[in-house]
Design a protein. Structure first.
Length: 312
């Protein structure tokens, strides 16, 4: 065994949907992989694939970030990992604060997107940026061993703003798709075209642009079926808004109010766990080996996935 690798992530669903192959690859290379996320210690599925879960406090609560820093520090002291790999800018920032004084620990941070702190408008994000800038520089430029970006613009911004060193970073093209597990099936002659947008229902993801495009295409006679598959984070600072303009129903406890008229008739929203079924009914079939599909909330019940060549 080479040692322990500690993976840190905001939500366990994001680990299952995006980072499981990373953990299994490290495991196959001889690492003991620990997954730190809210509720991870209570998830029996981690044990079935040889991983160990460490629970973290919910980061969305007022005291969540401070509690998360303290708990991460305790885990690092107790487990003595050789590498900590924190995924998402929030997890990376909090993990960086927690382990900044630890010696002999390799720090790798994946910046999958810059999020509200960098993209948000108004007084609140501006004040937060000014307050946190020195700490961000301290974590990412002075103490990180390697940064992984999924967007070259984000990577360039970090270098321009003095938040990172160009020689200690790289850019990858997203989390990737395993084409042995996700593959298209033959398209039926009578298939209705589907345009699928898998994303959380927040404005920054471009959902409103997608809905507007759907409405325009519908007005031009397109018979395509437009679907948004994703949840809505309760604490998202920038809510989709608009009153009295029609609503798009989201199965579950969330609803999204479209800004402008006619969007509800143009786009359907689906639960993340239903994504394989949604896609199967359109132009492609997704298949995953025991994986989960999710975004910002946990869907109870079986993940609803199928193996390649097997229907469900």
């Amino acid at each position: 065994m080479k040692g322990k690798l500690l993976l840190v992530i905001n939500h366990l669903d994001w680990f299952w949907s995006h980072r499981l192959p990373l953990a299994l690859g490290a495991q196959a290379a001889g690492w003991e992989v620990l997954v730190a996320a809210p509720g991870a210690a209570k998830d029996p599925a981690l044990g079935t694939v040889g991983l160990r879960g460490l629970s973290l406090p919910e980061p969305l609560r007022l005291t969540g970030p401070a509690l998360m820093v303290r708990q991460l520090w305790r885990y690092v002291v107790a487990e003595r990992p050789a590498i900590i790999h924190a995924i998402t800018i929030k997890s990376a920032f909090l993990a960086g604060v927690a382990v900044s004084r630890q010696k002999g620990l390799r720090r790798i941070y994946t910046i999958a997107g810059l999020g509200y702190l960098f993209r948000g408008d108004g007084a609140r994000p501006l004040i937060l940026r000014k307050m946190l800038w020195p700490v961000l520089r301290w974590v990412f430029r002075d103490h990180a061993d390697w940064l992984i970006f999924q967007n070259r613009d984000d990577m360039s911004l970090f270098v321009r703003q003095g938040l990172a060193r160009a020689e200690r970073m790289d850019c990858i093209q997203g989390s990737g798709v395993d084409l042995e597990q996700f593959w298209p099936r033959p398209e039926p002659e009578t298939a209705k075209p589907m345009v699928l947008m898998p994303t959380r229902l927040v404005r920054e993801k471009g959902v409103e642009v997608f809905a507007a495009a759907a409405r325009i295409l519908r007005s031009r006679g397109s018979n395509a079926h437009f679907v948004v598959a994703g949840g809505l984070t309760d604490a998202t600072p920038t809510r989709p808004h608009g009153r009295g303009h029609g609503r798009a129903d989201f199965p579950g406890r969330h609803r999204m109010a479209w800004q402008g008229r006619g969007y509800a008739g143009a786009v359907r929203a689906e639960q993340p766990s239903r994504l394989p079924f949604v896609v199967r009914g359109g132009r492609a079939e997704s298949a995953a080996r025991g994986g989960r599909l999710g975004t910002s909330h946990r869907d109870h019940g079986p993940p609803g996935v199928s193996r390649r060549g097997q229907g469900r």
